[in-house]
Design a protein around this ligand. Structure first.
Ligand code: ADP
Ligand code: MG
Length: 392
């Protein structure tokens, strides 16, 4: 099975195309705060714009939950999209509005938040039929929601025959970069996993153990590994119910001869806001009143060295509470080591992507995935509902 691409579409000239985008951008006071996702959708919209007759773009935004909610309107996206594309965008304040099917040739529509209808999250066939009515073709460029069986990415594409549906450029790029990491990665493959909790990343961690040569653990989840090794971690973020998971990862790594790096020294503090104490201590000597918030210098050195020889690198999850400058060194060290790597480097995640932006190294990473949850699902080897529906 291969993912159908835009070039595989039959009869796209003059077609009426529904395109599912990821326009889930941060909005405050009616203004788009970060246009990254809008910009990422432009290549597909431009390609369609040169061929199709009518294009309707649809997306979800925020936590709208089955009912119209002005806090999550897509309206502020329309002018930003129009500016970026250099063509008018007509906003339709109901994604099932009857006028959509009658839009005249040359129109680009932006439809209101899909999640104003409960049918979207429920993968409802009836909702999908209404959403797609009047369209001859369907294009999905929303990699960020590819792991969710929601109507606009699952039931909707099933209503289009092969040749009438395709992945957009962003989706194609995401899938090909992540495939290079998942299928037969060039060795040595080194994965770096951090972030807040091990519980949200158990499946990808286990899947990585089938492929990597080295696994580097950081962030809050490293505390659970330290505790599983028998060390005290003071007041640190730790998940006691995940100690057995951490042990299982350590055992599996040992069985397979995988190099597993856990911090040997850490930065500890008394408080995240207004800290009065910041110290580096050995990972087996964390004072009881303090919390672990970053890799120490020796660990940074070890992690950077492990990354230096890698031919493939995947990174998800910051190494510390990088939002606070004093606790960002570990995360910056990994970002820098990846930027300097001559191997194929991929970063996926939410905060992880923010971190490489802050480090100023986005341009030196081979692929920065826009889909946090979707990239982890892909890495785990799960079937992504949106991809399956396009391939059917
Ligand atoms: P991503 O979105 O990249 O997948 P996560 O959502 O799993 O990453 O985790 C990101 C968060 O983890 C960050 O906001 C960071 O502050 C937090 N974090 C990292 N290290 C620690 C730590 N030692 N203690 C508490 N929180 C941490
Ligand atoms: Mg996150």
């Amino acid at each position: 099975m291969t993912l159908p691409a835009l070039a595989d579409l039959d009869g796209v000239e003059g077609a009426r195309v529904l395109t599912r985008l990821d326009l889930n951008v941060p909005v405050a006071d009616g203004e788009v705060q970060d246009d990254t996702r809008i910009v990422a959708a432009l290549p597909t919209l431009r390609w369609l714009g040169e061929r199709a007759s009518v294009i309707a773009a649809c997306s979800h935004l925020g936590k709208a939950n089955g009912t119209p909610d002005p806090a999550y309107t897509l309206a502020p996206v329309a002018p930003v999209l129009a500016d970026a594309l250099g063509r008018p965008v007509r906003f339709i304040d109901d994604c099932l509005d009857e006028s959509i099917a009658e839009a005249e040739p040359g129109t680009l529509l932006l439809l209101e938040n899909l999640r104003y209808y409960p049918g979207e999250k429920a993968d409802n066939a009836d909702f999908a039929a209404k959403l797609t009515s009047g369209f001859t073709h369907y294009v999905n460029d929303a990699f960020g929601t590819a792991h969710r069986a929601h109507a606009s990415v699952s039931a909707a594409p099933r209503l289009f025959a092969p040749g009438k549906k395709a992945a957009g450029f962003l989706m194609e790029t995401e899938v090909s970069a992540l495939s290079r990491v998942v299928r037969d990665p060039e060795q040595p493959f080194v994965a770096v996993v951090g972030g807040a909790k091990i519980s949200t990343k158990t499946a990808p961690l286990e899947a990585l153990l089938d492929r990597v040569r080295s696994l580097l653990i950081g962030g809050g989840m490293a505390n659970t590994f330290l505790k599983a090794q028998g060390h005290e971690v003071g007041r640190s973020l730790v998940e006691d119910e995940m100690l057995s998971t951490a042990r299982a990862v350590m055992d599996k790594a040992a069985d397979r001869g995988i190099e597993l790096l856990i911090p040997t020294d850490v930065v500890v503090t008394d408080a995240l806001d207004h800290p009065t104490t910041i110290e580096v201590v050995a990972a087996d000597a964390v004072p009881s009143g303090l919390l672990v918030v970053d890799l120490g210098p020796e660990s940074r050195q070890r992690y950077s060295a492990a990354l230096a020889g890698a031919r493939t690198v995947f990174w998800n999850g910051p190494m510390g509470v990088f939002e606070v400058d004093a606790f960002a060194e570990g995360t910056l060290a990994v970002a820098t080591a990846m930027a300097e790597s001559s191997g194929f480097t991929v970063v996926g995640g939410g905060e992880s992507v923010m971190a490489i932006r802050r480090a100023g190294v986005v341009d030196r990473i081979d692929h920065v995935s826009t889909g946090g949850g979707a990239s982890l699902s892909f890495l785990t080897g799960d079937e992504l509902p949106a991809l399956a529906a396009l391939e059917e």
